[in-house]
Ligand binder design. Structure first.
Ligand SMILES: *Cc1c(COP(=O)(O)O)cnc(C)c1O
Length: 416
């Protein structure tokens, strides 16, 4: 019987194969038909240390013996308290408050609501949100509103709210800074941006200097600076946070994906004390009106506690540096392959473009490549003509070589 499952970002009409994965370990996925597939995109950017990290799995098992779920409005539990305390310790000290939710999209929605709540509770009418061209912040209505508009959200456009968009930086980025300055001057509640690396927009990279300048412009105009580090956080860009490389501390910080090492759905929105205090009152109307059923689920929090311990006690930063160096070496070789252009890297993320010949060639390129990679037992999911590799930090040299070989052969095949 055909499966009743309706998969995300999947055109079922094309009847592409949907492999069944039975178990995973480290960077490897094992399928029901006996294949070992390398997870070269960390199961869509979430798996940081590797699949089924023993410490995270043990923490989850232990938590299942104690407390499964708890209402979080007005109640609390040990794992949530430990995650919050651990985050305050490891993240910039200005970020003193931790609000839990369950996905990248929802922690972004929370960030937007915090920003508007901040201004509203202070009696200001600032409401406009500023965004960067080509950004991605999630697939809920608010998150889509602040993201790039395109074929993926066209039908829902009537539901999306209006935002101010500044251009993605090119050259020295002067046009971007000027547009941000102008937009801030005419009054805005907040500017939200993916620091250093725009993921779903095509693995687009910009400099820490520009990030710092953008944050300074926001500060000067009293516009809240929201860093969406859902993808860039937890070492992806080479440092714990991408903002670190620019010496920037955001007013609001969004974290999800790697928060549990990529094992359980959990997200947080961290805020500076002023934003929390704008909601602190004896007036109930000023409280922060947001909650979802599984806010701070204890089992997910236990996974996050284990992730924080791994960051404290294992040589995670050394693994990231080593992986980044190997990614660079791979890129240097791939840049010599005919048809591959614009190699770029941000920390552990390597990306390169397949030279576009014409529109028709382009439109089919990503699915064709993806199928070729799948046949080579490598999970890669090109974004348009951009091939990128974003592996778990435990990826070994042999698996790395297999990824590179699959890319070389895949590109040769589509160009033949
Ligand atoms: C993945 C992503 C999100 C959305 O996270 P989900 O957990 O998929 O909802 C938001 N922002 C960025 C930058 C992302 O990469």
């Amino acid at each position: 019987m055909a499966s009743p499952v309706w998969h995300p970002f999947t055109q079922h009409g094309l009847q592409e194969p949907v492999p069944l994965v039975t178990h995973a370990q480290g960077a490897a996925l094992h399928t029901a038909d006996g294949r070992r597939v390398i997870d070269a995109i960390s199961s869509w950017w979430v798996t940081t240390h590797g699949h089924c990290h023993p410490r995270i799995m043990a923490a989850v098992r232990a938590q299942t013996e104690k407390l499964d779920q708890l209402i979080f409005a007005g109640w609390t539990h040990e794992p949530a308290e430990q995650v919050a305390a651990g985050l305050v310790e490891i993240m910039p000290c200005e970020l003193t408050r931790v609000f839990f939710s369950d996905s990248g999209s929802t922690c972004v929605e929370v960030a937007l609501k915090m920003a508007l709540g901040y201004w509203s509770n202070r009696g200001s009418d600032r409401q406009r949100i500023l965004v960067m061209e080509h950004s991605y912040h999630g697939d809920t209505i608010g998150a889509m509103s602040i993201g790039e508009r395109g074929v993926f959200n066209k039908p829902y456009e009537p539901l999306l709210f209006d935002v101010g968009t500044i251009p993605f930086p090119t050259g020295d980025g002067a046009a971007t800074l000027e547009a941000l300055e102008t937009a801030c001057r005419s009054g805005a509640a907040a500017f939200i941006v993916e620091p250093l690396l725009l993921g779903a927009g095509g693995m687009l990279v910009y400099s820490p200097d520009l990030l710092r300048s953008m944050a300074e412009i926001c500060r000067r105009h009293d516009v809240l600076f929201i860093a969406d580090e859902v993808m860039t956080g937890w070492g992806r860009t080479g440092t714990l946070l991408a903002c670190e490389q620019a010496g920037v501390v955001p007013d609001i910080l969004c974290l999800a994906k790697g928060l549990t090492g990529g094992s359980m759905p959990l997200a947080v929105t961290m805020a500076r004390e002023e934003i929390f205090m704008a909601h602190w009152s004896t007036d109930r109307a000023k409280m922060f009106y947001h909650s979802s059923s599984y806010t701070a689920n204890p089992i997910a929090c236990a996974a996050a506690v284990a992730n924080l311990a791994i960051w404290r006690e294992e040589p995670v930063r050394e693994r990231i540096a080593a992986l980044g160096a190997r990614q660079q070496a791979m890129l240097d070789r791939l840049a010599q392959v005919p048809g591959l252009v614009r190699p770029r890297r941000c920390g552990t993320v390597a990306a390169i473009d397949v030279e576009a010949r014409d529109g028709g060639y382009l439109s089919n390129l990503a699915p064709r490549l993806m199928a070729l990679f799948r046949e080579a037992d490598v999970l890669l999911r090109p974004l348009g003509n951009t091939i990128y590799v974003m592996p778990p930090y435990c990826l070994d040299e042999a698996d790395h070589a297999q990824i590179e070989a699959a890319i070389v052969r895949g590109v040769e095949a589509v160009r033949a």
